[in-house]
Write a protein that binds this ligand. Structure first.
Ligand code: ADP
Ligand code: NI
Length: 215
C-alpha cells in the first residue's frame, strides 16, 4: 500500500508545530511501532494500519487543529483513497481518537491490537532524551515555566485538570512522564520505557542539584 498521501497530509497539517507534535514525531512513532510489532510477530510483517495511525494520530489533536471533527472526516476520505477498507478505517479512527494520554486518565480505553503498538511508540517518544526535549518545547510554546519550587506536582484524575491546571515542565515529569513506563501495553515497549525513564530520572536529579547549588 502506498501511504505517501497520508504522509503529505501530516506534513501539511503539522508543518508549523513547534510543540513537539511535528512530522518527525509521527515518523519516529511509525518506525518504533513497526519495530515493536516485528519483535512480537515476524520481521517480515509490515503493518499498514500502524503507519496510517502513527502518521495521523496528532493531526486530530484538540491542541493542534481547530476543528477535530472536520479533520476526522478529511481523514476518512484520505483512508478510502489510499485503499483501507471499512473495518481497517474503523480501527485506525478508533486508535487515533482514543490512544492519547488525556483520553486514558479517567478510564483505560481498549485499543485494537495494532493500536496498542502505536500507543506504546507514542509514549516512548515522550521519554528519554527526545522526551525531555519535547517536554520543554511544549512548555515553551504554552508559556509554561521551566520550574517553580512553590508549585507542587498534582495527582491527575481527569482530562480537564490535565489541560487546565497550573503546572511547570519539571512537574510534568512527575505528573505524567514517569508514570508512562507502568502503562505500556507491550513487553518490548515496557523495557525501552524503563530504560528511558531511568535516563530522565538522572536528568531530574542533576537538575535539582544544579538548582540547589550543589554542583
Ligand atoms: P497525549 O496526546 O497522549 O494526551 P500530549 O499531547 O498531552 O499527550 O503530550 C504529548 C507531548 O507533549 C509529550 O511529549 C508531553 O510530554 C508533552 N506535554 C504535554 N503536556 C505538557 C506539559 N504540561 N508540560 C510539558 N510537556 C507537556
Ligand atoms: Ni504523539
Amino acid at each position: 500500500m502506498n501511504l505517501n498521501l497520508i504522509k503529505a497530509y501530516t506534513k501539511r497539517i503539522l508543518q508549523t508545530d513547534v510543540s513537539g507534535h511535528d512530522f518527525y514525531h509521527c515518523q519516529r512513532v511509525a518506525v518504533s511501532a513497526q519495530k515493536l510489532w516485528q519483535q512480537d510477530f515476524s520481521t517480515a510483517t509490515y503493518n499498514d494500519e500502524i503507519d496510517a495511525a502513527s502518521y495521523l494520530h496528532d493531526t486530530i489533536d484538540e491542541k493542534i487543529v481547530a476543528d477535530p471533527q472536520k479533520a476526522l472526516s478529511q481523514i476518512r476520505t484520505l483512508l478510502t483513497t489510499v485503499g483501507f477498507n471499512a473495518s481497517q478505517q474503523k480501527d485506525i479512527i478508533s486508535t487515533i481518537t482514543q490512544m492519547s494520554f488525556s483520553k486514558n486518565i479517567a478510564q483505560q480505553q481498549q485499543l485494537p491490537l495494532f493500536g496498542q503498538y502505536v500507543q506504546d511508540a507514542d509514549r516512548l517518544d515522550a521519554l528519554g532524551a527526545i522526551g525531555i526535549a519535547r517536554a520543554f518545547a511544549y512548555g515553551g510554546s504554552h508559556q509554561q515555566p521551566i520550574y517553580d519550587p512553590h508549585l507542587q506536582p498534582e495527582k491527575l484524575s481527569n482530562h480537564f485538570q490535565y489541560r487546565h491546571h497550573q503546572t511547570t515542565t519539571i512537574n510534568h515529569f512527575y505528573e505524567k512522564l514517569l508514570h508512562l513506563q507502568n502503562l505500556m501495553n507491550t513487553k518490548g515497549g515496557k523495557k525501552l520505557a524503563q530504560k528511558r525513564s531511568q535516563y530522565m530520572q538522572q536528568f531530574l536529579t542533576e537538575f535539582q542539584q544544579e538548582w540547589d547549588g550543589q554542583k
